[in-house]
Design a protein around this ligand. Structure first.
Ligand code: SDX
Length: 436
């Protein structure tokens, strides 16, 4: 952080002493006003529910320019990573700050491959769930349960522990997601095969059965791998902030990542991809493209509480670059599968076109986000709708870990403990029950 020559001065109209606040510049993006001494000097808190104007940390991992619609992982544009790299290279980049060379990549891939199995006891947790349990309920339980198996890597302040916990979580998420899926359809679990690539392994654990092995389709594997890259990290979003706050208590990384899984489940966040596909299916069921106008009117009617899921973003006030890449991937997969006339894809593109010409969305700078097309491509690949957010969690695990490790490695970090504006009852006495 570089101190700016410019200072901020806070003055009060009641003549209370004014205060000078330092300003820091980042390498790119908005400056920050350092308010850490504000309460000590003025007895006042800042007030920013939803953190619209609050930087919770300094970070070197991911940068988003919401106005330009730009997303950089460690400085590399998402478009270049999604085209020139695979997911494990992106994991290495997010964790270490640089893309791996050939030998570094081979070593990293080998390490991850050697940790893809989960303890045999893990399967018995699944038996406690109904077969129709939502996969995110299962994943929240399974990821938290991992901490029970790795007492040798839960000291978050030990760099070796942090590193092996990162490898274990990245390696085991595909196995756990595939187990949650197999359990829901009553099929046996498929063990990882380490001569396959990370994403080939995941697709095989998802779709192979003991009766017939899974034929890898390179186009689908590449599409899945790109979906992982697009979801890998995204600055201080709700689930990443949850992981940071949870981890700031010193809890183990498995528990902190389980908290991230739970937060991501929400429809305003990672659950939006499932909600977006359900929305498209509803419109399709109620008349399809002809009914888009009616649906848009509902969205614009505040009393309807209907949102255009997969649209809008706290940071992007332009097209989410991931949505563009997801739409391309969607087209590739549908063409590969001979589904280029998929009605859902046509409906999504028609809906996007109409929304982007409607002043309600244009004036609010509401554009498609990563979740708008991701459901269509995942459904085409054969992923059930309820599993979309679990796939998002699989991919985001590396981002959560990288952000958690960055926080723990920051000498300035403390346990997170926000304050409040109290608007409740001042002190009062308890009356005996007969007098209440
Ligand atoms: C993700 O933070 C991240 O980086 C998240 C994420 C990541 O990678 O981690 O990018 C992943 O979560 C993407 C977002 C997925 N969510 C959705 O698609 C759900 C639908 N979108 C909205 O719920 C909403 O856009 C949010 C939650 C994404 C952002 O909400 P904000 O920033 O709090 O904005 P807001 O709700 O205050 O909206 C501003 C205005 C409001 O109208 P007015 O009060 O001005 O009249 O826009 C309206 C909102 O009602 N609005 C929408 C809308 N999104 C916002 N109206 C209709 N449909 C929508 N989708």
């Amino acid at each position: 952080m570089t101190p700016s020559d410019v200072k901020a001065t806070l003055s009060f109209s009641d003549g209370s002493p004014s205060m000078e606040l330092p300003i820091y510049k980042g390498s790119v993006g908005p400056d920050v006003i350092d308010i850490r001494k504000l309460y000590g000097q003025t007895g006042k808190f800042t007030y920013d529910p939803g953190f619209l104007s609050t930087a919770s940390c300094n970070s070197t991992i991911t940068y988003i320019d919401g106005d330009k619609g730009e997303l950089l992982y460690r400085g590399f544009p998402i478009e270049q990573l999604a085209t020139n790299c695979d997911f494990l290279e992106t994991c290495y980049l997010l964790l270490n700050g640089e893309l791996p060379n050939v030998s570094q990549k081979d070593e990293f891939v080998a390490r991850v491959s050697n940790h893809t199995m989960v303890n045999e006891q893990m399967q018995f947790f699944l038996r406690g769930f109904r077969r129709d349990a939502h996969p995110m309920a299962v994943m929240t339980g399974l990821v938290g349960a991992l901490s029970a198996f790795y007492h040798d890597s839960t000291d978050i302040n030990n760099p070796e522990h942090r590193q092996i916990a990162a490898i274990r979580l990245i390696a085991k998420m595909p196995t756990l997601v595939a187990m949650a899926y197999k359990y829901s359809i009553g099929q046996p679990f498929i063990y990882p095969k380490n001569d396959l690539s990370y994403t080939e392994n995941f697709m095989r654990m998802m779709f192979a059965t003991p009766c017939a092995d899974y034929k890898v389709n390179d186009v689908l594997v590449r599409a899945m791998d790109r979906i992982f890259i697009l979801h890998a990290d995204h600055e201080q979003n709700a689930s990443t902030s949850t992981v940071r706050l949870c981890g700031s208590s010193g809890t183990n990384p498995f528990a902190a990542i389980a908290a991230g899984v739970a937060c991501l489940w929400g429809p305003a966040h990672g659950g939006a991809n499932e909600a977006a596909l359900n929305m498209l299916e509803d419109i399709q069921r109620n008349g399809g493209v002809e009914k888009i106008g009616e649906f848009i009117s509902q969205v614009k009617d505040k009393n309807s509480n209907v949102k255009l899921m997969g649209f809008g973003h706290r940071v992007y006030k332009n097209y989410d670059p991931r949505a563009k890449l997801m739409r391309e991937t969607c087209h590739e997969v549908l063409t590969e599968l001979g589904l280029q006339n998929d009605p859902m894809f046509k409906l999504a593109m028609a809906l996007e076109k109409i929304a982007l010409e409607d002043d309600y969305f244009v004036s609010r700078k509401l554009y498609p986000n990563v979740d708008f097309y991701s459901g269509i491509v995942q459904r085409a690949i054969g992923i059930p709708v309820q599993l979309f957010t679990a796939i998002f969690a699989l991919a985001r695990t590396v981002g959560w870990i990288a952000q958690l490790n960055e926080m723990i490695g920051d000498p300035e970090y403390k346990i997170g403990r926000p304050r409040q504006l109290f608007v409740g009852s001042p002190k009062r006495d308890v009356k005996p029950i007969g007098q209440r």
